[in-house]
Design a protein around this ligand. Structure first.
Ligand SMILES: Cc1cc2nc3c(=O)[nH]c(=O)nc-3n(C[C@H](O)[C@H](O)[C@H](O)COP(=O)(O)OP(=O)(O)OC[C@H]3O[C@@H](n4cnc5c(N)ncnc54)[C@H](O)[C@@H]3O)c2cc1C
Length: 387
């Protein structure tokens, strides 16, 4: 399997990252990603990174996509969020789960970034439990002739503020289905949300759907496929992207921490020579290496379409997002007062890292899934000597 990004793509990604990194603080402050950045991502082909070439994408392997996510995510978390949402949650899911008709209608435009997509699952009353039997999803669909009528309220929808297409999960008496909704369909109202902790430039919005008539051909994967077949698949892709986003933020924070510790003097010595500071650096170096290896393992298993890829992705997402938080927190610590000030990137990385522990399934949800896996996998087997 191709493990590394081909050289020309890597160069393109590194050039883009070099352009983004000095502007990430400005995007964060302004709470918007300029259209021109979206255009740059589209022109580089990155918005179709994992979409097969036959639909206009780059057809990257999971490991290549991971590398791309790390390079972009290290420079700007909100731009990386566009990859997670548009490319992983929506385009990659449609490539895997939608009809030929939907693919023809939407995928080439999404892959080339001519249209932007977002993923609408969460609601004010439905979060971690979306799709569970006890969940209280209120967005409904009703069949009406050759259309479905959607009503409901979604919230925390990244990039809804700029998206042209929404992948909406709705329910009819507990039967979840997924629909592609065009932003300009009558009855779609987008209400921007500002003041987020992180991903501040990700055009966050609420979406209110009032009697939106969606053509039947925009039903993704059939009635009843919304949770198990579409949303779960989307989260499988999204969690992989977030796992690499954790590596990206942790690596960026580690570099800040080390650069600062290597030049700041206190008590007549470099703070990097103090053993208590060195402990934070050593733990960060170790954690980042471990997180990256877990992501690579998940990537290899995904590339082989192994059933183990699901657990490996959850493990990578859980570990890597907690590592990002820990390393970013220690980076703030090492920078002292400067770490608490927006003149340095540490405080932004700290905020961005926390977001990763919440999105695409909180850390507690990942722990639950990983524990279920452990109880199934390790309760009855003797693993001594097994590989
Ligand atoms: C920056 C950002 C971007 C987002 N983007 C999107 C998006 O694009 N599309 C979208 O649909 N959603 C999006 N979300 C929503 C996100 O997916 C939810 O916030 C997340 O799933 C958690 O749901 P909740 O906020 O309702 O928290 P809740 O589910 O209410 O959880 C609150 C707390 O309870 C804990 N908890 C809940 N259930 C359990 C349990 N069974 N066991 C142990 N602990 C539990 C949680 O871990 C958490 O700590 C985004 C959120 C943020 C912050």
């Amino acid at each position: 399997m191709d493990e590394r990004l081909p050289e020309p793509l890597l160069e393109r990604a590194v050039d883009l990252a070099a352009d983004l990194a000095p502007r990430a603080a400005e995007f964060d402050r302004d709470e918007r990603l300029p259209r021109e950045v979206v255009k740059q991502m589209a022109e580089a082909g990155f918005l179709g990174a994992t979409v097969p070439a036959e639909w206009g994408g780059l057809g990257l392997t999971p490991l290549q996509y991971g590398e791309l996510t790390e390079v972009v995510g290290k420079a700007c978390a909100s731009t990386r969020a566009l990859l997670t949402v548009h490319t992983s949650l929506v385009a990659e899911t449609l490539a895997a789960r939608s009809s030929r008709r939907i693919k023809e209608k939407y995928l080439p435009d999404l892959a080339r970034g001519r249209r932007i997509a977002c993923f609408a699952l969460s609601e004010p009353g439905s979060g971690s439990d979306a799709g569970s039997e006890t969940g209280e999803m209120s967005t409904t669909y009703t069949e009406k002739g050759d259309t479905f009528v959607l009503d409901g309220h979604k919230t925390w929808i990244s990039f809804a503020g700029m998206a042209d297409v929404l992948l909406v999960i709705a329910t009819d008496g507990g039967v979840g289905s997924a629909f592609l909704v065009d932003r300009d369909m009558p009855g779609v109202e987008v209400r921007p949300i500002s003041g987020m902790l992180g991903n501040r430039a990700a055009h966050m919005a609420e979406v209110v759907l009032s009697g939106v008539e969606v053509p039947a051909e925009n039903l993704v994967s059939g009635i009843g496929a919304g949770f198990a077949f579409v949303a779960n698949r989307a989260l499988f892709h999204g969690r992989y992207s977030i796992a690499w986003a954790g590596v990206a933020i942790a690596q960026a924070a580690l570099e800040e921490m080390c650069a600062y510790a290597a030049r700041r003097d206190q008590f007549g010595a470099r703070i990097g020579s103090f053993q208590l500071v060195q402990k934070m650096i050593a733990d960060a170096v170790t954690d980042v290496s471990a997180a990256r290896e877990l992501c690579r393992r998940a990537g290899r298993l995904r590339g082989k379409r192994s059933p183990e890829a699901i657990a490996a992705t959850n493990i990578a997402k859980y570990f890597s997002s907690t590592v990002a938080s820990r390393v970013a927190s220690d980076t703030v610590q090492v920078l002292g007062g400067n770490g608490c000030w927006s003149g340095y990137p540490a405080e932004r990385l700290f905020r961005e890292a926390k977001i990763l522990e919440i999105i695409e399934g909180t850390s507690q949800v990942q722990q639950t899934l990983i524990a279920d896996f452990g109880l199934t996998e390790f309760s009855k087997k003797d693993w001594v000597g097994k590989r």
